[in-house]
Design a protein around this ligand. Structure first.
Ligand SMILES: Cc1cc2nc3c(=O)[nH]c(=O)nc-3n(C[C@H](O)[C@H](O)[C@H](O)COP(=O)(O)OP(=O)(O)OC[C@H]3O[C@@H](n4cnc5c(N)ncnc54)[C@H](O)[C@@H]3O)c2cc1C
Length: 499
């Protein structure tokens, strides 16, 4: 028999290890809950509860096929030792996982163990990410070919009937504290398909324009991210549904296509970005912990201001847009891309905090935490990749541009409920009484220009360019490099690729 080890691909459709194992005979579907993983500083209760819902749904799906999901709690080598002693196991099937440092180390240990035991272990590529990739050239073409392959679905007969399953423990048993995520999205394949369908048929039309503002983004973005992170749907499924929707729309007269063509095109590109960013972590697991470009080492490490960090984390910086975003994220587990970028930019530039602690804090708040995207993006928004244009978001301008009527700010910062709109984005300039909302912890303009100066001092350094070329070669998008052949501006001589 074959063991199918479910990790973060909690579905039955388009699950290659499940299909391939099922082709060979009876299977034992297993999920291993690893308490040590949940002790890591990037994980949180909201992700665990979401995971629990995905597992319940997966178990129900298997039950409909007359099978049982066997849940085991413990250390995975120990669990698989017991299973392989009990059953005649011909192979263990799973997906390659590109996740955090803990799972990376666990996978290395596990591979050594199966090798010693002589157990055939089949780890299949996930979402177009390529293991042991030698060169980024041609990556995008390979990703598209992978996404165009037919979906696979087959579930073999099971041997799991008598195998005892452990109950998923409560989060507090694992040491996870309540993080009050009252607006968290629901986990499981049902909710995933529901939001995918509503996005592709109704909500998504204004996507291109509406994704940037937190007023509209909660509805106009797909909200698929936690589902892609836990694999209740595969990227291939989403990509193919988007493509088919796109082809359908192209058949319609131009006059009734509305904004769908550009919306679906932007959305489809982002599915590729998902894998593109995870490929960076797969190629260089170091970027979870260290600056992508070593030229930035030592720049912020000794300047960590705990008070600033605390104010940022609690949504009490005195900048209404920053605070509203942090509070909304904390209560819902999600915020849109631009506002994530602004939160990191504010912490890294205005507050001059090294990115690692803010990254861990945000990771815990994101139900959709996906290390490959997360650390690459955090480093991009902190200016430590050395290959991206330096972009420092002005939180006042972001508020004026993306919440012009103050709806979002007033919802999440009730202290400003009665503030007149003309003062809402700069309440410290107002003579109105503000209750206990804080004054800005730093001056926006001073913080920005000091940060800019420090970053450009590094960028002007003699060895910066050579190291950037190396980073660009290893991680840069070839598509963008082709599209915008690097312009050498005097100010920012090496910014060639946005991604
Ligand atoms: C500092 C920072 C940290 C981030 N951390 C994460 C994270 O931990 N997990 C995560 O899934 N996304 C992360 N993102 C990327 C992006 O913000 C989210 O993917 C997006 O907001 C999720 O909402 P959605 O599913 O509605 O996205 P949609 O806009 O509907 O996009 C669909 C899917 O495309 C992918 N995608 C969209 N934008 C990006 C992007 N810029 N880069 C890579 N993939 C993208 C995601 O898988 C997303 O679910 C981060 C961005 C920043 C700036």
């Amino acid at each position: 028999m074959q063991i199918v080890w479910f990790k973060r691909d909690l579905r039955l459709v388009d699950h290659a290890p499940l299909t391939m194992a099922s082709d060979l005979g009876p299977i034992l579907p297993v999920y291993v809950l690893e308490p040590d993983l949940w002790k890591q500083p990037d994980l949180s209760l909201r992700q665990y509860v979401f995971l629990g819902e995905c597992i319940d749904d997966l178990a129900l799906g298997l039950r409909d096929h007359g099978q049982k999901l066997v849940i085991k709690i413990g250390e995975c080598i120990q669990i698989f030792s017991e299973l392989t002693e009990k059953y005649a196991v011909d192979g263990i099937w799973t997906y390659q996982e590109t996740w955090n440092g803990w799972t990376y180390a666990r996978d290395k240990r596990f591979r050594r163990w199966v090798k010693e035991k002589g157990i055939p272990f089949h780890e299949l590529p996930r979402n177009g990410v390529i293991r042991r990739l030698k060169n980024r050239d041609g990556w995008s073409g390979k990703w598209h070919r992978e996404m165009d392959k037919p979906l696979v679905t087959a579930i073999g007969s099971s041997v799991s009937g008598d195998e005892e399953s452990d109950a998923m423990p409560l989060g507090k048993v694992l040491g996870l504290t309540n993080d009050y995520c009252v607006g968290r999205q629901a986990g499981g394949r049902g909710p995933a398909l529901e939001i995918l369908n509503s996005f592709l048929s109704e909500r998504g039309e204004g996507y291109t324009k509406e994704m940037s503002s937190p007023v509209t983004a909660f509805n106009s973005c797909s909200r698929l991210s936690p589902h892609l992170a836990f694999g209740t749907v595969s990227i291939r499924e989403v990509y193919q549904m988007t493509k088919s929707q796109s082809s359908g729309i192209k058949l319609q007269p131009k006059s009734i296509r509305g904004k769908w063509p550009s919306a679906l095109k932007s959305f489809s590109s982002r599915l590729r970005w998902h894998s593109h960013f995870i490929q960076k972590l797969e190629d260089d697991p170091r970027i979870e912990f260290e600056n992508m470009h070593v030229g930035y080492n030592g720049l912020r490490e000794n300047n960590f201001n705990e008070e600033y960090f605390k104010a940022w984390a609690e949504g009490r910086t005195g900048y209404p847009m920053v605070d509203a975003c942090m509070r909304a994220l904390s209560a819902t587990g999600w915020i849109n891309f631009r506002m994530r970028a602004m939160l990191v930019s504010f912490a890294s530039y205005h507050l001059w905090l090294h990115w690692r602690e803010p990254a861990l804090y945000l990771a815990r708040l994101f139900t959709d935490y996906e290390p490959g995207i997360h650390y690459s993006q955090v480093q991009m928004q902190s200016g430590t990749t050395g290959i991206n244009s330096v972009r420092i978001y002005n939180p006042i301008k972001q508020g004026i541009d993306h919440d012009p009527l103050g709806v979002f700010i007033k919802k999440w910062v009730p202290e400003l409920q009665d503030m007149e709109l003309r003062n809402l984005h700069t309440p410290w300039l107002s003579t109105e009484k503000i209750g206990d909302y804080p004054l800005p912890i730093v001056d926006e303009r001073t913080g920005r220009s000091l940060a800019m100066q420090k970053i450009y001092d590094v960028r002007k350094g003699a060895s910066h360019r050579a190291r950037s070329t190396h980073v660009l070669k290893q991680h840069g998008s070839r598509r963008l490099a082709k599209k915008r052949s690097p312009k050498k501006s005097k100010k920012d001589p090496i910014s060639g690729s946005l991604f």
